[in-house]
Design a protein around this ligand. Structure first.
Ligand code: NAI
Ligand code: 15L
Length: 268
């Protein structure tokens, strides 16, 4: 049966807020969790991913989890270790103990951020391209993907790891023309990840059907995902403002963009 009650971690964040708006239309009842209160949602659970007892309680009885909580940009190793590495472990372990069958894990393009950006005529980047994290943050997403694989192989807990490009209401840079996922397409992809049969541990890239796409969406499409949006309608304006990506600029040499050269919020 399709999952109905879904725990959404990171519900107060940017993506969590967008998904709180869009996922109920697919018939999901969302249980919300974040380390900070979720505005306008008095029923949301306020808990830290470090709190194992709170996580046990939070996951009890849900059909699936969408795991968005954590630090979403570069930070010190100690902070990433606590929130993203130990935090994701704690969530998986709570899910295993409570028998939750499936987790959709918000991985990131920064797990493979040092992969050279495809140039015109190059093949799309496949999901099995070697991991090349560009930051402690990207490293934590590699850990999350490996954890998801372990929990499938060892415990039969299924996951879809979604290497999200950039999910914001609109693309705001020329790089984002390649990696953008519209919020509506994100909801479509999460719905596919929650409902597809026998996913085991599947890794997918998360983006819209962008004309300038850098990576291969075939594993996402195999789940039933049919992206409806294309960032190209924003291209003329963004290119007029910022110019095309400069082939000689190190900030544009890799998938991860400036995370590879000057990661945001580094060092902390
Ligand atoms: P965000 O930073 O807006 O939201 C993250 C949320 O997690 C925040 O509300 C924060 O309070 C919560 N959080 C942080 N530490 C926590 C802890 N220890 N316990 C409980 N909650 C905690 O980030 P955004 O953009 O909403 O991203 C959501 C997820 O998707 C993140 O895991 C991020 O790495 C991933 N992602 C997002 C992308 C995007 O384009 N928005 C791209 C790639 C990945
Ligand atoms: C991410 O992983 C971040 O969470 C998000 O804020 C964006 O920076 C995105 O990657 C990106 O690569 O644009």
């Amino acid at each position: 049966p399709a999952p109905r009650t879904v725990l959404l971690t990171g519900a107060a964040g940017g993506l969590g807020t967008l998904m709180r708006g869009l996922l109920p239309a697919y018939g999901y009842e969302l249980r919300l969790l974040d380390i900070v209160p979720v505005e306008g949602e008095p029923g949301a659970i306020t808990a830290d991913l470090a709190d194992r007892d709170a996580l046990r309680e939070a996951v009890r009885g849900v059909d699936a989890i969408i795991h968005l909580a954590g630090i979403s940009l570069e930070a010190s190793f100690d902070k990433i270790l606590r929130a993203n590495i130990a935090g994701t472990y704690n969530l998986y372990e709570a899910a295993r103990q409570e028998g939750v069958p499936r987790i959709v894990f918000a991985s990131s393009n920064h797990a493979v951020g040092f992969t050279p950006r495809p140039r015109e005529g190059d093949p799309l980047i496949p999901v099995d391209t070697p991991r090349r994290p560009d930051t402690h943050y990207g490293l934590s997403k590699c850990f999350g993907e490996d954890l998801a694989q372990l929990y499938w192989d060892l415990h039969g807990l299924e996951s879809v790891s979604v290497r999200i490009g950039s999910c914001f209401p609109r693309p705001t840079s020329v790089r984002m023309l390649s990696v953008w996922m519209s919020p509506a397409d994100c909801a479509r992809l999460f719905h596919a990840a929650l409902t597809a049969g026998d996913v085991g541990h599947t890794v997918v890239y998360g983006s819209s059907a962008n004309t300038r796409l850098w990576w291969d969406l075939s594993t996402a499409r195999a789940l039933g995902y049919e992206p409806q949006d294309d960032s190209e309608r924003y291209a003329a304006g963004l290119v007029a403002e910022q110019g095309e990506l400069d082939d000689a600029d190190p900030d544009h040499a890799h998938l991860g963009g400036h995370f590879c050269t000057r990661p945001p919020q580094w060092p902390h």
